[in-house]
Write a protein that binds this ligand. Structure first.
Ligand SMILES: *Cc1c(COP(=O)(O)O)cnc(C)c1O
Length: 446
């Protein structure tokens, strides 16, 4: 391997078009050249290290360069790197499909694989529409999404996304979707509970379903935490209410657990906390432990059976070249093993209680509101005045956090922590301390 190149960042800005970035901003914001990762830490080309406080965009679960996942991928490399999944199959895809199905208690027993989160969302939307069409109800062709929801950047996923910055430029390209109110607990009026805010949002869904059920295929929701909205959290009763409304009006429930699945909310899947199952479950991000692009849509027998017929055209004729890639599936199987061998869900309770405690001072901080936590996701909002001519809060905070030794990327005025599941006591203290130092520096440094 080549030695770290001090000019790597400059070369990257010339040759690589970076995602979710106004490239010109890198005239004043340095690009961080990463040479390697180990455990919860990322090391830059100068040898400085940063605690990965956001799991490299919510994908990493058990740390970087985990020996067990490394070994599984390396073993698969010497066996079968890839084969198409149309007409062929392989053990890693079969085993992963079986284990994911078992994790839903067998309720969602049919796994359709793809590569990225957005492609899983596209698949769920297309499958839902095609299900109704195969059942002779082609008029059910509209989708409902939630205010401030996020489902990815491809055109179909963006059409059910409500983040203005990502969406507005492409508005003319997007198919209309109906929007229902957000159940965000922060919208509770004084004296109201999170459940009250959820009930009000459900009333909005009920009105929409009442008026339009005959033309609705599905509603898509991020269970428990709308992450891209700024870690907007809601009461589980919202999901129970949605399940009842979907059953009553014949509308599919698509759970997008791309960010919140795999233990992030404190249970393996977020929807478990509501005691319900969706009709479609979209998974990605943590599925491969943060190693390789992999996504999957799990669906019920009822959905699968509507496509099962002699005619080719009644089948789901969707594909991606790398569907069910064996290397990615092996990384996923090794990740599932780690949930068992490390008892991750149970141990995370104590670990993230400790992180919350270490940040206890935030609860009474005069500039902090809505300190909140759901499982392994912790967030708070910061009251910060705009500073003309200076970068916004999120960019300034991220810079101070790096200087304090943590990779953090606030969303707007929301700071959040979503680290891998492996922090020891010292790393918890380091992450909490970097979070607090960065906050004070951002608020008080000129
Ligand atoms: C990240 C994300 C997606 C899109 O996944 P990609 O792999 O980035 O395409 C979709 N839905 C949710 C809830 C996400 O957080």
């Amino acid at each position: 391997m080549q030695l770290p190149d001090p000019g790597l960042a400059a070369r990257s800005l010339r040759a690589v078009w970076h995602p979710c970035t106004q490239m010109k901003h890198h005239e004043r914001i340095p690009l961080l050249p990463i040479a390697r990762g180990q455990g919860a830490w990322l090391y830059d080309t100068e040898g400085r290290r940063y605690l990965d406080g956001i799991s490299s965009w919510w994908v990493n679960l058990f740390g970087h360069a985990h020996p067990a996942i490394n070994a599984a991928v390396a073993d698969q490399l010497g066996t079968l790197e890839h084969v198409m999944l149309a007409g062929c199959t392989h053990a890693p895809a079969v085993m992963l499909a079986e284990r994911l199905s078992a994790l839903t208690g067998g309720a969602l027993g049919h796994a359709f694989f793809a590569s990225d989160g957005a492609s899983a969302v596209e698949i769920a939307l297309k499958m839902s529409f095609h299900f109704w069409r195969n059942r002779g109800q082609a008029a059910k062709r509209d989708f409902v999404c939630i205010d401030n929801g996020y489902h990815g950047e491809t055109l179909g996923a963006l059409a059910v996304t409500d983040v203005a910055l990502f969406r507005d430029a492409y508005g003319p390209l997007l198919r209309h979707a109906h929007r229902a109110p957000s159940p965000d607990a922060r919208l509770a009026a004084p004296g109201e509970s999170a459940a009250d805010a959820a009930a009000r949002a459900l009333a909005g869904v009920a009105r929409l379903f009442e008026a339009r059920a005959g033309q609705l295929a599905a509603i898509i929701v991020e269970p428990l935490v709308q992450c891209a909205a700024g870690m907007a959290m809601h009461d589980p009763s919202y999901l129970r209410g949605l399940r009842e409304l979907c059953d009553a009006y014949g509308v599919h429930l698509i759970a997008d657990e791309i960010a919140v699945g795999f233990g992030r909310t404190g249970t393996f899947f977020a929807h478990e906390q509501a005691g319900i199952r969706p009709d479609f479950l979209c998974l990605s991000k943590g599925i491969s432990g943060g190693y390789l692009p992999l996504s999957v849509v799990l669906s019920t027998d009822d959905i699968h059976d509507a496509f099962y017929a002699d005619e080719t055209a009644r089948g789901f004729l969707h594909s991606h070249s790398y569907t069910g890639n064996p290397l990615a599936c092996r990384a996923a199987l090794a990740t599932l093993d780690l949930f068992e061998t490390t008892d991750a869900i149970a141990r995370n309770r104590a670990r993230f209680d400790a992180l919350e405690q270490a940040l206890g001072a935030l609860a009474s901080h005069p500039r902090v509101t809505h300190l909140r936590r759901r499982g392994a996701i912790l967030a708070f909002d910061v009251d910060d005045r705009a500073r003309p001519g200076q970068p916004g809060f999120a960019q300034r905070y991220a810079r101070h956090a790096l200087a304090a030794g943590a990779l953090l990327r606030p969303i707007g005025h929301t700071v959040y922590l979503m680290p891998p599941y492996i922090l020891d006591d010292e790393e918890i203290a380091q992450l909490a301390s970097a979070t607090m130092i960065a906050l004070e520096q951002t608020l008080h440094a000129s």
